[in-house]
Design a protein around this ligand. Sequence first.
Ligand code: HGY
Ligand code: MN
Ligand code: MN
Length: 413
Amino acid sequence: MSRRSIDPARLLGRISTLGEIGRDAEGRLVRLAASDSEKLGRDQFVAWLEEVGLEVAVDRIGNIFGIWNGAGEEKPLMIGSHIDTVINAGIYDGCYGVLAGLEVIQTLKDEGFEPSRPIVVAAFTNEEGVRYAPDMMGSLVYSGGLDVAAALKTVGTDGTVLGDELARIGYAGTDAPGFLRPHAYVELHIEQGPVLEREGVSVGAVENLQGISWQRVTIDGDANHAGTTPISMRRDAGYAAARVIAFLRDRAKASNTPTVATVGCIAFEPNAINVIPSRATFTIDLRDPDEDRLKEEEAALAAFLELLSAEERVGISVERLARFEPVKFDPAIVRLIEAAAGDRGLACRRMTSGAGHDAQMVARIAPSAMIFVPSRGGISHNPKEFTTDVDLVAGANILLDVVCGLATGERPE
Ligand code: HGY
Ligand code: MN
Ligand code: MN
C-alpha cells in the first residue's frame, strides 16, 4: 500500500506565496501583528481555507481557525502556528506550521479520510510579540492565560492599541477565545537552532520548551556636554546600559548552563552625537529550560541593577513584559512523533525548544507537542532562514501521520 503523502508542490507553493506577502519598500518581510501587511497575509490564509472548503472562525483576539467538521461533536484535533513575523523575517517561522496544517487537512479531505473528530488548523495572533508584548499573545488568551479585554487594550511599540488595529484590519472576531477546546494540539515548526542540522537528523520530537523572561529597563541620567563634562561628573545612561548588556553576556557565557540573554531593542535620548545620554531604554530577553535557574538569573540581574544605580548615580526602573515558565509537552504525542519518523525511516531526536511557541500556551488546556525540522546554519528571525524542500515535505508528512494517529479520537498512549 503506497504511504499517504501531502502534495509537495502545493505546500511549497503556498509557503513561497505567503513569503512574498507583506514585504516593505526595501523588500524585507515585515508582517507585524495586526498591521496592514499582516492583514494581507491573513486574507490570503482565509482565502485558502475557503478554497479547501473549511468553516472559517475568528475569535475576539483575532485567532483564525479553519474547521473541518469531520464526524460528531467530539473535541477537535488542532494543528497550526502563526503567520505574523518579526522585522526582516524569514518565510518559514510560523507560516510553515500553519500551511502544513492546511495541507494535511486538504490531503485527508481529498482522499475521503473520515476523521472521528473535527480537525482544525489555527493561525494564532501576535505570536512574535514584536509590536505588542507579550509574545504568544493570541494563544495565551485562547488558553485562558490572559483576559481578552486586557489583551485588546495592549499598547504597541508604535502607540497603537491592539483591539483598534484588529478592528481596523477586519479581524476583531466575535468567537470567545477558547470556544474550541482541542482534544490535542500538534505544532510543526522549523527548529530555528543548529542542533538537527549539526547532527544530521531530519525530525525533532520536541518534549519541552524553555522559560522566557522579557523586561523593559529605563535608565535615567543627565544629559550633558560630551566635550566639557569630566568623566567623574557624568550620570551617563548610555554607559550604564552598556554595562548591563556586558553583565548579561558575561554571566551567561561564564554560567556553563543553557541560559541565554539578549538585548534586542535599545534607544537613547536625546540620541545626539555630542550629548551624554540622559535616558536609555532597552529590552532584556532571558531564557532557561530550568525555572529555578531562570529565577536565579532574574535575581542576579535585579541585584546588578541596584549596584549599577548606586555606582553610576542613575535612576533605573524595570517593567515586566512577559514571563512564561518552562513547559513539558505530552509524552504520548512525543512518542507518536518518534514512531511516525521511524515508520518513514527518518532519523529523529528528542529536544528542547529554545524559542517560544503557541504550543506552550495550548499545552495549558490540551495535550500538546511539537515537530521540528532542521534550519540551515540554525539561522532564524533573519531573511537567511532556510529549510530544504525535502525537510519541509518530510516534516509535513510526519504531521500527517501524527494527525491520522490522533484523529481516531483516542487519547494517544
Ligand atoms: O520569542 C520567541 O521565541 C518566539 O519567536 N516568539
Ligand atoms: Mn514561530
Ligand atoms: Mn519567531
